[in-house]
Design a protein around this ligand. Structure first.
Ligand SMILES: *Cc1c(COP(=O)(O)O)cnc(C)c1O
Length: 955
């Protein structure tokens, strides 16, 4: 063995679970001679790539870190006062280390299995409480993708609310002083659904009854604090609604949007301790009135009760979401920045209401002190009112070079004025440096600044808009203000959650693989964390390199010609991809091509995204084997040949098999004038062996938070880049900061900082490693399939009897034979220390298992043993040996509290309930609550921390 080769390929062995001996045993179980032969059987011959991927060779973790350090040093960390929705912030170290850098928080999945997700659910409830309190609106959701898309979601929600059947009121007013990126995303999103945007000055907007709503920014993009009360009345009088884009930190000092009469408040929670990261990831917020509860986009966390009658948290009102509603869903939001929402919530918990107010007041005072000095120097400050942003009349040509020399970035408005947005990190020294820039433009080297303790914190906030209402009065925001308390609070919540640092999470379609520590480390470096998305391009040269190289790797992997990294989730990628197709059709005078064929088995985001892109969904059947019914597809493609816009198809299919007829399917669509959109959310069985571009698709999205190692973060962040063929490249998303095109996200490169993770993944695995990962994803899935097939019915298989990277276990027979449902199995798995696989998707009453390449044989065996023991438990119920209702499955999960109760009245033993297999004794994971009542929570919707009075009552 060459020791140097062994070093450079070491990460491959670290990333892939099974070693050589285990591989042999597993192949033997399957009855296969090699992983290659297994792959040959699984992936159809006619779509095998003819050659190896043109990617760099693998490198070690140490080499990578040295390399990326050099790249990082190409980014320049200047003092940045650009603002416009992005601000420097201090991530408290206790949150950085215990949340952001802690796999207990960042590797967990979306909290669908609520009983083992109570920690992050509590934190997200805190987030909702922060948003609801500060915006003064009763109902808040648990985060959206960014401020600009949150504005678009608000616009869409109101449009559908006001125009349920007709479009009598198609107009939406947008004030000129809304952030540029928000205006641009609104343009992208309004066009396909027929909303007419009108931009103007709110003070003479001339709103009539053709408007369904309006958007204003508070404080606005110039930095002034406008009193919108009259405007709001006017809009309401005309039957329209108000969306207010706002800033949580400013709201600690300002009258809340709710009190002013706004119907929806949106914005970014970034400045609550979440690094800039060249644009993301950050959590956006959305709050509104109870009236709109069925229309709210994204997740809402609510309080319910468990089987013991204790309070328990869960995701509420899920029937709004695309999993169930499909093309009638309120939005396509699935993955949505949960980790960042948790960080923002923790920031509020740590600082509490007084701490937040102090931070905001200090910002306001520093801004005032700078204003005073600049005015003394003879500059005119144009904002009569402001929270953090000054606007100075000065010559950019003179100021900018001096500022750059002093490593300072200002905002240069298009009207020639200069913006200075102060933030939490700004010190007295920084303020002096700012003054110095302006002073030296007048030829003086003498700059001074005085911080008059008499300056009132609210001096520049108009009296009529000063906040008088209390916020964050709940105990959780007033209890954890020392680092010891905070560290323990974070740990207390973490312990309630099952993440990848406990056991495998075998979520079919969602790909929960290793998120390697080395992939994460550079994210915390200031050279990546502290870069504002709108800095001059030469300050982000390191980012540019990562972005360019990653784009080229992804284009190679998908066999496409280009790529956009902008979408912040898979679903946003779908929208971006379909929008690209529609723009292409428009450019060819084919805008009437708005029919999209979607197989019945598609992920719910597909139809939801299609509707956002202005397309009409026509469903295509599957045959009894789970394959697309090619005849039905052909008939529909021909029937709609004059209006066919696209096909959306998932490959390998959502049933986990490679369709042999995929090339024929693509041809049928092309022959009838349509484009092929491939949902490549899960590429784990393709990379290195086949590719969407090679198969015949025109565009696809990828989920970097599935296949390319970005952690799920408890429901986000995500990156959903789209890759496309040459003819579609001119229509990919653009951004004003790149001087081109229409964006789908607020920042040009979306969640730029986490691109580093996928970049590291590909660099360290190299061409050989990514291909090996595919092999092992297929090997692991087939091994489990063979082991479980002795006990369970496995649905669907490819031509040769193999599955791809995932397979579906049919649990429906047990419902009739034993009264046991898929949900009982999912909850019982918790007693065995496991998170359930994907439930009831794509087939109701089934589970879909995807082990990924990162799990070793021992872990796969533990999971199989758990499933097999559960099978025996089901058979005991079926045979009458166990009680029909009082059994280990129906009562699962069993909490520590229940097991330890003095009186045990069940018909089975405590041992069999909590320790059914030997391995559990070594490391028992206890679910925090018993089975949660879902309908109770929806009927009694409570989405914020209980008010203080209820704690008082309880005591
Ligand atoms: C996960 C997934 C999506 C949606 O991705 P998000 O990032 O959650 O929006 C779309 N399609 C398929 C097949 C998926 O598995």
């Amino acid at each position: 063995m060459n020791l140097f080769d062994a070093q450079s390929t070491e990460f491959i062995r670290r990333h892939i679970g099974p070693n050589e001996a285990e591989t042999r045993q597993m192949l033997e179980t399957i009855g296969e001679s090699s992983t290659q032969s297994l792959v040959e059987k699984t992936i159809p011959k006619n779509i095998h790539l003819p050659s190896e991927l043109d990617l760099p060779a693998s490198i070690s973790e140490q080499e990578y870190l040295q390399d990326i350090w050099m790249v990082a040093s190409k980014n320049k960390v200047f003092k940045t006062y650009i603002g416009q929705g992005y601000y420097n912030t201090i991530t408290p170290s206790v949150i950085l280390r215990n949340v952001f850098e802690n796999p207990g928080w960042y590797t967990s999945y979306t909290p669908y299995q609520a009983e083992i997700s109570q920690g992050r659910l509590e934190s997200l409830l805190n987030f909702q409480t922060v948003v609801s309190d500060l915006t003064g609106l009763e109902l808040a959701g648990a985060s959206l993708l960014d401020e600009a898309t949150a504005a678009a979601e608000a616009m869409a929600m109101l449009f559908h609310h006001v125009n349920p059947r007709t479009t009598d009121k198609p107009r939406f007013f947008v004030d000129n002083q809304v952030f540029q990126q928000t205006k641009d995303v609104l343009v992208t999103r309004a066009k396909p659904v027929g909303i007419e945007l009108v931009f103007g000055d709110y003070q003479n907007a001339g709103i009539d009854n053709s408007y369904f709503g309006a958007l204003v920014q508070y404080p606005n993009s110039s930095g002034t604090i406008e009193d919108y009360r009259r405007f709001i009345e006017d809009v309401h009088y005309q039957g329209g609604y108000i969306v207010m884009a706002t800033d949580l930190l400013a709201l600690t000092l300002l009258t809340s949007p709710g009190e002013l009469g706004a119907d929806v408040a949106i914005g970014s929670a970034q400045r609550f301790g979440v690094p800039l990261g060249f644009g993301g990831p950050h959590a956006a917020f959305f709050s509104t009135k109870e009236t709109f509860k069925r229309g709210i986009p994204g997740r809402i966390i609510g309080i319910s009760v468990d089987a013991q009658g204790n309070n328990a948290l869960r995701m509420a009102l899920q029937t709004r979401e695309q999993h169930i509603k499909r093309e009638k869903a309120t939005s396509n939001i699935c993955t949505a920045q949960a980790l960042l929402a948790n960080m923002a919530a923790m920031y509020a918990v740590y600082h509490g209401p007084e701490g937040l107010k102090n931070i905001a007041s200090r910002i306001n005072v520093i801004a005032e002190a700078i204003e005073e000095e600049l005015t003394t120097l003879g500059f005119e400050q144009l904002n009569n009112t402001y929270f953090d942003t000054l606007r100075i009349r000065a010559d950019r040509g003179v100021i900018e070079p001096i500022a750059l020399q002093n490593q300072i970035n200002f905002q240069y408005y298009t009207d020639g004025t200069i913006g200075i947005s102060i933030d939490e990190t700004t010190t007295q020294k920084d303020a002096l440096d700012i003054v110095f820039v302006f002073a030296s433009s007048k030829g003086t080297d003498e700059a001074t600044i005085g911080f008059d303790s008499e300056i009132s914190a609210a001096g520049k906030i108009p009296a009529a808009l000063q906040r008088t209402s209390a916020f964050l009065t709940h105990p959780v925001f007033n209890s954890h203000h020392s680092e010891t308390q905070m560290m323990r609070y974070i740990k207390k919540l973490e312990k309630r959650d099952l993440a990848l640092n406990t056991s495998m999470i075998s979520l079919g379609s969602c790909t929960m693989k290793l998120n390697a520590a080395t992939e994460m480390i550079p994210l915390s470096w200031p050279e990546f964390a502290s870069i504002h998305p709108f800095v001059p391009q030469d300050q982000a040269a390191g980012y540019k390199q990562v972005i360019d190289e990653l784009s080229s790797y992804l284009s190679t992997i998908t066999q496409f010609d280009g790529c956009s990294l902008q979408p912040n989730s898979g679903a946003q990628g779908e929208f971006a991809g379909l929008n690209t197709i529609m723009e292409y059709h428009r450019a060819n005078n084919q805008e009437h091509r708005n029919i999209v064929l979607i197989p019945i088995s598609a992920h719910g985001t597909n139809p939801a995204s299609a509707v956002m892109a202005g397309m009409k969904v026509v469903v295509v059947k599957s045959d009894e084997k789970g394959l697309v019914d090619v005849e039905d597809l052909r008939n529909k493609a021909e029937q709609y040949k004059d209006t066919l816009g696209a096909l959306m198809i998932t490959y390998p299919s959502t049933y986990g098999i490679f369709e042999e007829s995929i090339r024929e399917i693509c041809e049928i669509i092309h022959d009838n004038g349509g484009q092929v959109y491939m949902d490549g959310a899960n590429m784990n069985a393709q990379v290195g062996y086949t590719a969407p571009g090679y198969i015949g698709a025109d565009v696809c999205h990828l989920n970097l938070h599935k296949t390319f190692a970005i952690p799920h973060g408890g429901g986000g962040p995500g990156v959903g880049p789209i890759c496309a063929k040459q003819h579609l490249l001119p229509f990919l998303p653009g951004h004003f900061s790149l001087d081109k095109g229409q964006p789908v996200s607020a920042a040009a490169y979306g969640s730029a900082s986490i691109l580093l993770i996928s970049y590291a993944y590909i660099r360290m695995l190299g061409a050989m490693g990514v291909k090996k990962s595919t092999e092992y994803a297929i090997l692991n899935a087939n091994y489990m399939k063979v082991r479980l097939a002795e006990y369970f019915q496995i649905m669907y298989a490819g031509k040769n009897g193999t599955c791809a990277h995932e397979f579906i276990v049919d649990l429906r027979p047990f419902k009739t034979s034993a009264g046991i449902e898929a949900e009982d199995v999912a909850k019982r798995l918790m007693d065995y220390g496991f998170h359930a696989p994907t439930m009831s998707f794509p087939v109701p009453g089934t589970i879909m298992i995807e082990p990924t390449e990162s799990e070793d044989k021992a872990e796969l065996d533990r999971f199989c043993d758990a499933m097999i023991n559960i099978y025996k438990e089901i058979i005991a119920v079926q045979s009458g040996e166990a009680d029909k209702t009082d059994n280990v499955l129906k009562n699962a999960p069993h909490t520590q509290h229940v097991i330890c109760m003095d009186n045990w009245e069940h018909s089975y033993s405590r041992q069999s309930a909590a320790f059914p297999l030997e391995y559990i004794r070594e490391s028992k994971f206890w679910p925090a609550v018993a089975r949660i009542n879902n309908t109770y929570g929806d009927r009694n919707l409570i989405c914020t921390c209980a008010p203080v009075e209820s704690y008082a009552e309880a005591e």
